[in-house]
Design a protein around this ligand. Structure first.
Ligand code: ADP
Ligand code: MG
Length: 456
């Protein structure tokens, strides 16, 4: 038997991988698992305020993580501490063992927010989305076509492969609920198979396993690069694949790379996988990243100006999960300090400690050294007393950039600039900030410098 605590711990691991450390420590770790009630996991907040935030901002994230780890738990119920007595009587109820392999017909659960409507389409995923929609429509109308079989989606981490698979599942479930879709991560498929092979005490486990996977109208195997390299697993996939394919059933596979690059994959499987439609998803461009953030703001019911979203979108280029995580970080940070997400200073503070793995931490020193590099002047001159234009403008630019990237008291910035008064710092900042609006040369130099500072 698995306790509620064990269930919650597993979910926490999954959530932790998907949110920022700040969000995790502040809002997620402080939740208390209460019980399993019907098909939901009940968790309690410590205060009413925490409840409001957790419910509005983190319910979806928690639900997604839960469904990923425990497909049979359909939702998360967040409650306030004063509701605890009502759930007291369910505390004894425990989940069946997580290791107990059962291949009973469990309905496929797809994450309800992973729909085509919620998927932003741009150049980077246009073909993959069109192919996924075509497959979903064909299957739902019971007119499958060999041309789209199998559908092989590939692309880097966090670019929407799982989202598209769930979108196909959700679409089919809505249009034609008779159709049986099975979704499994390759890890899960492998684990179930190994369990079935090992479970010699029940002769029919292997039969059940086969029945489950081969009775599908649509079989989705996610992250096929994680499939076990053992002959037994590959053999089983090959036969599952053939049975379904010959019966005209749809197969959808995802991977982080194209079939020819999946190293120890049997040649006959590779050929099968590559025989239908291959569709890749690449990194989104800046417009698309902003569009994704705008869509997220709508669903989170927050209003954030485009220039703020741009700052966030510029930070993350390669992973949409991280991009969304960074927006969550800004929202939670602003609410934590009781401020507005449109206050740029707040946004910069929220992002201050955030660094992409590849990027260095931003400090006054490295902003100054970027500015010196750009204008070909010496750091001593930058912070010194000279008043000629060639030095004064870079100095003011540098001060402006420091106030944009870092939240530091103006006095400390003054100290860095050779003990200047805080009013001088304020003046420099406001002057450049005004000039950006009027002078396109200044505006473009600031943009160059920001890119340089952010290592782009
Ligand atoms: P992958 O399976 O490729 O690693 P996911 O499908 O898990 O990526 O996507 C990661 C996160 O990014 C999910 O929350 C997903 O909803 C979101 N996402 C990815 N692509 C898009 C998109 N085009 N529009 C909106 N959200 C997206
Ligand atoms: Mg995925």
């Amino acid at each position: 038997m698995a306790s509620v605590k064990q269930v919650w711990d597993k979910i926490l691991l999954e959530v932790e991988a998907n949110v920022s450390a700040l969000t995790f420590d502040l809002w997620i770790k402080t939740l208390e698992p209460v019980c399993i009630y019907k098909d939901r996991l009940v968790v309690s907040t410590q205060t009413e305020a925490h409840f409001n935030i957790a419910k509005a901002r983190f319910h979806d994230i928690l639900k997604t993580a839960t469904q990923k780890v425990f497909p049979t738990i359909l939702d998360i119920e967040i409650i306030t501490p004063d509701m605890l007595p009502a759930f007291e009587k369910y505390k004894e109820y425990e989940l069946p063992s997580l290791n107990n392999t059962s291949f009973a017909d469990e309905p496929a659960t797809f994450i309800s927010s992973y729909t085509f409507e919620n998927f932003v389409v741009g150049k980077s995923n246009e073909f993959a989305t069109a192919a996924a929609k075509a497959v979903a429509e064909k299957v739902a109308s019971e007119k499958p076509s060999l041309k789209y079989n199998p559908l092989f989606l590939y692309g880097g981490v966090g670019l929407g492969k799982t989202h598209l698979m769930h979108a196909i599942g959700n679409y089919i479930k809505e249009i034609n609920p008779k159709i049986k879709s099975i979704y499994a991560s390759s890890e899960r498929f492998t684990n179930e198979l190994i369990e079935a092979i090992r479970n010699t005490s029940r002769a029919d486990t292997m039969k059940e396993f086969r029945k489950k996977y081969r009775s599908a109208d649509v079989l989705m195997l996610d992250d096929i690069q994680f499939i076990a390299k053992t002959t037994a697993t590959q053999e089983e996939i090959f036969h599952t694949f053939n049975d379904l394919y010959l019966a005209g059933k749809q197969i959808i596979i995802s991977s982080d790379r194209p079939p020819k690059e999946i190293a120890p994959l049997e040649e006959r499987l590779r050929t099968r996988f590559a025989s239908g439609v291959l569709a890749d998803i690449v990194q989104p461009d800046i417009e698309m990243r902003i569009a994704i953030l705008q869509k997220m703001c709508i669903s989170e019911k927050v209003h954030i100006n485009k220039d703020v979203l741009e700052i966030i979108a510029e930070r993350i280029t390669s992973n949409i999960r991280d991009l969304k995580g960074l927006l969550t970080r800004v929202i939670s940070y602003a609410s934590l300090i009781g401020s507005d997400c449109n206050d740029k200073e707040v946004v910069m503070s929220a992002l201050k400690d955030y660094t992409d793995d590849k990027k260095e931490v931003i400090t006054m020193e490295n902003i100054a050294s970027n500015v010196c590099d750009y204008y070909q002047i010496d750091i001593k001159e930058l912070v010194g007393k000279k008043k000629n234009k060639e030095i004064v403008i870079p100095r003011q630019m540098c001060i402006y950039l420091i106030t944009e990237f870092l939240t530091l008291p103006l006095i400390s910035i003054g100290e860095f600039f050779g003990g200047r008064d805080h009013t001088t710092i304020m003046h420099a900042r406001d002057k450049i900030s005004a000039q950006i609006k009027e002078n396109p040369v200044i505006a473009s130099q600031i943009k160059d410098l920001k890119d340089k500072i952010m290592n782009k």
